[in-house]
Design a protein around this ligand. Structure first.
Ligand code: AVJ
Length: 350
């Protein structure tokens, strides 16, 4: 076991971009690589965020990227969503994986470099540890502080697995830092988060994952399937209002990010399946005429005007297999539940 002091913890985020928090030391050999570390590649760049939000908020149909749903509270609200009876994806995916664990492990192999995209609380990956026995676990998430705490907890429970948390936004680039093993990379992208991308962007991201895999790598991915509108509507507009809180919380996040003055009470949550476009849409709708000011801009939203906060595309089995093929994966195995509500795929490069 490696017992070096691995004091790789970054101080709380400073406002800088692209900083890798390795200790600058002698040449890095295999044993010197961080056993447990945290690399922060994502820093909130206030100017870039302001520009992005400004553009979205001023667009004729205002839109804000769903990644802004995930401040620390947003990540917790998403955890709560996963407990809702109406929100079937997490539960269904877990059941599929549990039911087919040995088969999935046969397909993916053991001892992988296990790279968890959008790891959140890392719970889904943790359940796979006993069977997949990863050589290195690399959870990646944009919700940096939330991830940092999750990795902290996990490293106490699994001192034998090398863990390298990475705080980064992988939607644009998957260039992984030094110290992430290149062999037997198994990317894990559960929860149908791929649904947040348009089909073209999803194909591009899957292509980048395929390129980052290496010849002996693969992708274990969960995808939500098209189904009855009533089921979908309820999953994104639950009776208790947790999804509404999750969506509305974005306004609080925007208030801190760009010093905006959104009053949450002025807005209403909408979440529904758009059958024509094959996607869930979440919006925030103004309950009355509201003027909102933020650092660098302002806008009058008329009653009924909306901010589009999320799209979540639903796939058919065939449609998703086509997408994996388009991204350059060579072979795919799939598992699903009996209602065919959700699908888990293992796509390999070869
Ligand atoms: C994390 C993107 C997969 O689209 O189902 C849950 C997020 N939004 N309820 C999804 C979400 C509203 C979720 N993903």
């Amino acid at each position: 076991m490696i017992t070096k002091n691995l004091a790789l913890h970054c101080p709380p985020p400073k406002l800088e971009f692209q900083q890798v928090c390795f200790e600058p030391m002698a040449p890095i050999s295999e044993l010197d690589l961080p056993h447990h570390g945290f690399l922060q590649l994502y820093r909130k760049d206030p100017a870039a965020i302001r520009a992005e939000l400004e553009e979205g908020l001023q667009a004729p149909v205002a839109a804000v990227s769903p990644k802004y749903l995930y401040d620390a509270l947003g990540s917790k609200l998403f955890e709560a969503i996963c407990e809702l009876p109406e929100y079937y994806p997490t539960r269904t995916e877990t059941a599929i994986i549990e039911a087919h664990l040995p088969d999935i492990a046969r397909s993916t192999g053991r001892g992988a470099t296990f790279i968890d995209l959008g790891a959140g609380n890392c719970a889904k990956a943790e359940r796979l540890f006993p069977v997949l026995q990863p050589r290195q676990y690399v959870p990646i998430d944009i919700s940096v502080e939330f991830l940092r705490e999750a990795v902290e907890r996990l490293r106490q429970r699994y001192p034998m697995i090398r863990m390298t948390g990475v705080g980064m936004d992988f939607s644009n680039s998957l260039d992984l830092p030094e110290g992430i093993r290149r062999d037997k990379r198994l990317f894990f992208y559960p929860g149908s988060s791929i649904g947040n991308f348009t089909t073209d962007d999803a194909a591009a991201l899957l292509g980048r994952i395929r390129d980052a895999c290496g010849p002996d790598g693969g992708l274990l991915i969960g995808v939500d399937l098209v189904k009855n509108k009533e089921v979908l509507d309820a999953a994104y507009d639950d009776a208790v209002g947790v999804t509404a809180a999750f969506n509305l919380n974005m306004l609080r996040h925007l208030n801190t990010l760009v010093d905006a003055d959104f009053d949450v009470r002025d807005w209403r949550h909408l979440g529904f399946f758009n059958e024509a476009l094959g996607r869930i849409e979440m919006h925030l709708e103004a309950r009355r005429d509201v003027r909102v000011r933020w650092d660098g801009g302002q806008r009058l939203f008329r009653q009924g005007e909306r901010i589009h906060t999320e799209s979540s595309y639903k796939y058919t089995r065939h449609g998703f297999l086509q997408l994996l093929e388009r991204a350059g994966f060579g072979s795919v195995r799939t598992w699903t539940d009996e209602r065919e509500w959700f699908m888990v795929c293992h796509a390999s490069v070869m």
